[in-house]
Write a protein that binds this ligand. Sequence first.
Ligand code: ADP
Ligand code: MG
Length: 706
Amino acid sequence: MLMSGGLQSPVQMIKGVGPQRAELLAKRGIHTLEDLLAYLPFRYEDRIRFSHVKDVRPNAVYTLRVSVMSGQAIRTMRGRDAIYHLLVKDETGSLPCKFFHGGYLEGRLKPGQELILHGKAEVDKQRPARIEMVNPQIEVISGAGLDSTEVGRIVPIYEAIGTFGSRAIRRAIYGGLQQLDPRMPDVLPTTLRAKLNFPSHRDAVIQTHFPPPEESLDALNQFRSPAQQRLIFEELFLYQLSLALDRRATRKENAIAFRVREDSVREALKRILPFKPTAAQKRVLAEIAADLEKAAPMNRLLQGDVGSGKTIVALQAAVIAMENGCQAALMAPTEILAVQHFLSARRNLEKAGYKVELLISGMKSTEKTAALARIASGEAQLVIGTHALIEDNVVFAKLGFVAIDEQHRFGVLQRKRLMDKAASHGHAPHVLVLTATPIPRTLSLTLYGDLDVSVIDELPPGRTPIVTSLATEQSLPGVWESLRREIAAGHQAYVVYPVIEESKLELKAAMDEFERLSKQVFPKLKLGLLHGRLSSEEKEIVMLKFRLNEIQILVTTTVVEVGVDVPNATVMVIEHAERFGLSQLHQLRGRIGRGAGKSHCILVAPGHMSENAKARLETMVRTANGFEIAETDLLLRGPGEFFGTRQSGDLGFHIANPLRDREILDMARREAFALAENPSSAGELNQILRALPPHWQRRYHLARIG
Ligand code: ADP
Ligand code: MG
């Protein structure tokens, strides 16, 4: 039913999804039945057989079916938090459980109530003879009848979406699955399905949510059941097919071959340099220049750790394009970063006579119209902007070079749309993609199709390593004191608050903190507040003041995460550091240590943390190496989080996880390229297109198969 109305019906049509839940789902990008069915369980539990309380040993994970004996919340000394103590039993014995931050459970669990608990058993630290479960996941079994979605089967566990818990999501999905059309079309060609021994799309969806009882629990939990593999393969296959068809098309395309060896170009490249480039910067520029000399379009990934100096290399490549009579474009993921690039490009390039233009969606419409006219006439030579650059109304006179900063924030398809801006005048642009997210080389080749890779493996000279330390909330007064000293010495500081979705509710906490810091902690200092919900103009003003040292302490959210460059800022305090991912912390920390002054990063976290959280923060203290941090992140959090897919839809995968699913990715790549490159497969390609609903065609950039 990919194509029929059913899958596209709004989630509210599903039993158990009212307006409130629909709103929660919408925030996660889940609007239709199809979206909901793509929300897959992250784990499965065997609820055909439960473990018994009498068999529970420390340091192992159990799923138990128990009933409540008693429960009580006990406030901790500081009064804000509570530990909830729960006593449960089954036919073989009783077991104490402890929930840190468990105040919310008060009054919710009644004696006699039946529960399923899943979690790790540990030795009670105060009473070593006692075994307890700490913070187990809890599911209340509903009333009288035992619902077939809850017990007596392998049960899917979903990550809660706000107050929409796993059990309720499970029921909604169960209801949704009943509506699936038995004659749902399948995008995978029959021959391919037979060859790989995959179930149909419909069966795969059903069995991924509600696996048959004989399915291996291990396979399921590793996303290796045939049903899961089929869905993963399908997504990767369509993605690779898109790359394969692109490559087929690109082979026929021509780019403009630039002259780079001429003295005038060499002179121009030197003229714009504000400092002596590092050896690594020189080497990668030579690699880029060699590509630009060719009539085939450059497709290059420029990888380099935070602060390694990628920007100037991209600007030099832009200068080559401009010296050759072409326009250049630089796309950044945030307005703050686009404006910063714009200001520094103007500083370095305008004195050399180049005309630099800014294009962001927050501009006044008169300004924007004027900018668009200058871009269309060719008067604007280097255009720097955000997503606004790929909108339909942006027309270039002669775009020859495109740089995309922090590519991990953009989908591959956005890159393609920017490339299309040049295609309209008969040639493909040279493309340079910049990223600080280290991806294993083999994987990046597969993911980015045919990008060549250049690496800046050296930091500019004169940097003093950043000293990172951990602090607890109790020790904050001391932290503020050291911050005061740095500011007295003329430096500036960031205080980062974990506002990740920039929702009103989350922002309230950051604003309260800002108020408290300005009024109570630093009444004599100049503080500023920066967050994603400010208008473009407000953001610019705050950043300008910070750059001019008119703001000494910038209280901010993750909007400063990428690219922001204010060398005089030497301290960063990150509150609730345990809520951030490691790669994110690394990016954030990269905002300091940019000048010659010694920089300090202080990670503030609760005294009580999971082992995993502790290990993550200790990694930050131990190393400043982006590769090492990324690897640890990958290990500790798993690949989904690693790519930050949830925050930015990065690589655009819904189900597949390219790191976890490398083998399937390889297989999908082989099959897709074989199909795209075989002239006799036109019929099969058309069959795929016919089965692809329009929004899937857009998602995979596949509309042009036929
Ligand atoms: P990133 O690779 O993280 O994008 P940037 O391009 O923002 O790094 O550069 C980080 C800082 O280092 C900037 O302030 C930039 O001006 C400076 N910088 C870059 N290259 C050099 C160099 N060769 N010598 C001195 N400073 C440099
Ligand atoms: Mg950068």
